[in-house]
Design a binder for this molecule. Structure first.
Ligand code: PGA
Length: 264
């Protein structure tokens, strides 16, 4: 595989938390903490994924203060426009400078019955509008027992990528469902084993170059205490952080994982 330097991505998935005023306050605090720490955004990319109703406010703040955080959305419609009450299109997100969109988060797959096909179509819609899809995959505790760790994530990514043009950029987030919000993170080795298998699959369904360039994130109970262990793995290129992304100090410590690599 050709050697490609992948820029780590630390992404904060706020889920259904914080109104637009609270969102502004949190982004300001994170930005200040990272400024104090002289964070190099080119070396480690930082993105926040607020609820839809916060996006415009956060976009305005990022632009006004020339902050280098990227903006992400937690979901989007697979459709371009039209009679889809309650849905938000990729074009609407792109207009707000949204750079990334989560697709297939386990809380959407589980709570909203999203199929692999829907996830793939959402990824395609995002990509067509210039928004990079962050395709979330992961096994439940039951899956883990029945099929091992990698089988379900591999099937999910393969099915989703069938709908995405071959040359489209995307990010993969491996999030074991049993690790999300449970305080029980995977071990760095568990994350690495699945990330490596996912990268091999990307080589099969895309090519060496895409496999080498694509960032694979780990998500599930990531904290400042365990982040360095994950990012120390060769195939883990960042983290999708839920609960810990709602605390400015904790999230900025996670972003600065390189400073506490020795603490892992
Ligand atoms: P958590 O959530 O960090 O709170 O476990 C991660 C996620 O669901 O993206």
């Amino acid at each position: 595989m050709p050697f490609v330097e992948r820029t780590p991505l630390i992404a904060g998935n706020w889920k259904m938390n914080l109104d637009h005023l609270q969102a502004i306050a949190l982004v300001q605090k994170v930005a200040w903490a990272l400024q104090d720490a002289r964070h190099d955004y080119a070396a480690t990319e930082v993105a926040v994924f607020p609820p839809f109703t916060d996006l415009r406010s956060v976009q305005t703040l990022l632009a006004a203060d020339k902050l280098s955080l990227a903006l992400g959305a937690q979901d989007l419609s697979p459709h371009e426009s039209g009679a889809y009450t309650g849905d938000i299109s990729a074009a609407m997100l792109a207009k707000l400078d949204v750079a990334y969109a989560l697709v297939g988060h386990s809380e959407r797959r589980g709570g909203h019955g999203e199929s692999d096909e829907t996830v793939g179509l959402k990824a395609r819609a995002a990509s067509a509008a210039g928004v990079v899809p962050v395709i979330c995959v992961g096994e439940t505790a039951e899956d883990l027992e029945q099929h091992g760790a990698a089988a379900i994530p591999l099937a999910q990514i393969t099915a989703a990528l069938e709908h995405l043009p071959r040359d489209a950029e995307f990010v993969v987030a491996y999030e074991p469902v049993w690790a999300i919000g449970s305080g029980q993170a995977a071990t760095p080795q568990q994350a690495e084993d699945v990330a490596r298998a996912l990268r091999e699959r990307l080589r099969d369904v895309r090519d060496d170059e895409r496999a080498a360039a694509t960032r694979i994130l780990y998500g599930g109970s990531v904290t400042s205490q365990n982040i360095a262990g994950f990012l120390g793995q060769p195939n883990v290129d960042g983290a999708l952080v839920g609960g810990a992304s709602l605390k400015a100090d904790e999230f900025s410590r996670i972003v600065q994982f390189k400073k506490h690599v020795t603490a892992a």
